[in-house]
Every structure is written in C-alpha cells, then in structure tokens.
Design a protein around this ligand. Structure first.
Ligand code: NI
Length: 191
C-alpha cells in the first residue's frame, strides 16, 4: 500500500461532499487499495483517523484507529475501524468541548463542541452493515471523520476563535488544563 501526502486546508476536495460507495464495490481492488492506503497514511502521519478526501479521493470512506497515539495521548484506544458510507446521529443533548487537531490543518488546534453519544451506522471493509453507539472522545473522533465526508473541517465548528493555538502553544499553555478536564470526562463517560 502507499503512504500519500495529506491535502491541506484550501484544497477544494476537502470542501466537497464525498460520494457514496456502492456496497457491491467495497470488495473490489480499487476500494480495498483505497482502504489500505488510508490505513498506511493515517499510521505514518500518526493521525487518529483519516478520510478519503484528505488523500484526494472524493468517496465516503474513512478509517479510525487510536493505539497509544503520541499526538493525542489522552485519547482512549480505538481498534482499527473502516467506515464506508457512515451516517451519524446524536443520542441525547449532551455535548463536550474537545480541543481538536487535524492532519489537513497543520499546526493548529481549536476547541469544538461534540455530541457525547452518537449512533454510527456504516459498512465495514467486508461490506457488512455495522450499527454502533460511541461515547466520549471516541464519539468525537467519529464525528470529526464523518465531517470530512461532508466537506467540513473542525475549523468550521470552532465557535470561540480565541481557542485556536499552535501545537507548541497548546503544549505550553493549555495542555495541562485540557488534559485534567478531559481525563475527568473520560473517567465519567468512558471512552
Ligand atoms: Ni481531520
């Protein structure tokens, strides 16, 4: 498989709603190659997830995996998950403020309100239908990746622009307070 360059904010593909993949096409070599390339590129870039538009492919495919991620050490682990044609639906009204980053938005982080609990329906890499409930920071990661498939970046959801920071300034001035707050949240709601 191939590690791709990740497109950065300003590239038009990142702003286009991606197209569904026909379920019968998921097993075809092109789609399987796309899934493999997304996994390899996500792991190479140490992302928590990656969506096909980020490597220039306007299809509704994304991958998520958190395994002791050094970019986001407070995130609970998530096994490798391949999402084809995902839909996401909030459960309840509770939201949490999460400081997010994105491989397509180099050296910037910002605070986004995400639903605490979501129902995610998708097809996996074998075209099997999955229907799951995600909570906490994991739910936030799923919302971030599904946003990419609708041409949306976390930047669009930052309501307080004073929360924008570079990664270095986040480490220096904001990390400790965020990690303390979010660790208490993770302990309360689970992953
Ligand atoms: Ni992203």
């Amino acid at each position: 498989m191939t590690v791709h360059d990740v497109l950065t904010v300003g590239h038009p593909i990142l702003r286009q709603p991606a197209r569904d993949v026909a379920p019968e096409a998921i097993g075809e070599p092109e789609v399987q190659r796309l899934i493999g390339d997304l996994v390899d590129t996500m792991r190479h870039a140490q992302g928590a997830g990656l969506a096909a538009p980020q490597i220039g492919v306007p299809l509704r495919v994304a991958v998520i995996e958190v395994r002791d991620n050094p970019r986001y050490p407070y995130k609970p682990n998530i096994p490798l998950t391949v999402l084809v044609n995902p839909t996401i639906e909030p459960i309840g009204d509770e939201t949490v403020d999460i400081n997010e980053g994105c491989l397509s938005v180099p050296d910037l982080r910002g605070t986004v309100a995400r639903h605490v609990t979501v129902r995610v329906r998708y097809r996996d890499q074998h075209a099997a239908v999955q229907d799951e409930v995600k909570r906490g920071l994991t739910a936030g990661t799923f919302q971030h990746e599904c946003d990419h498939l609708d041409g949306r970046l976390f930047l669009d959801r930052v309501t307080d622009p004073t929360t924008f920071t570079t990664w270095a300034q986040f480490e220096r001035f904001h990390r400790d307070a965020f990690v303390a707050r979010i660790s208490a949240f993770v302990a309360r709601v689970g992953s």
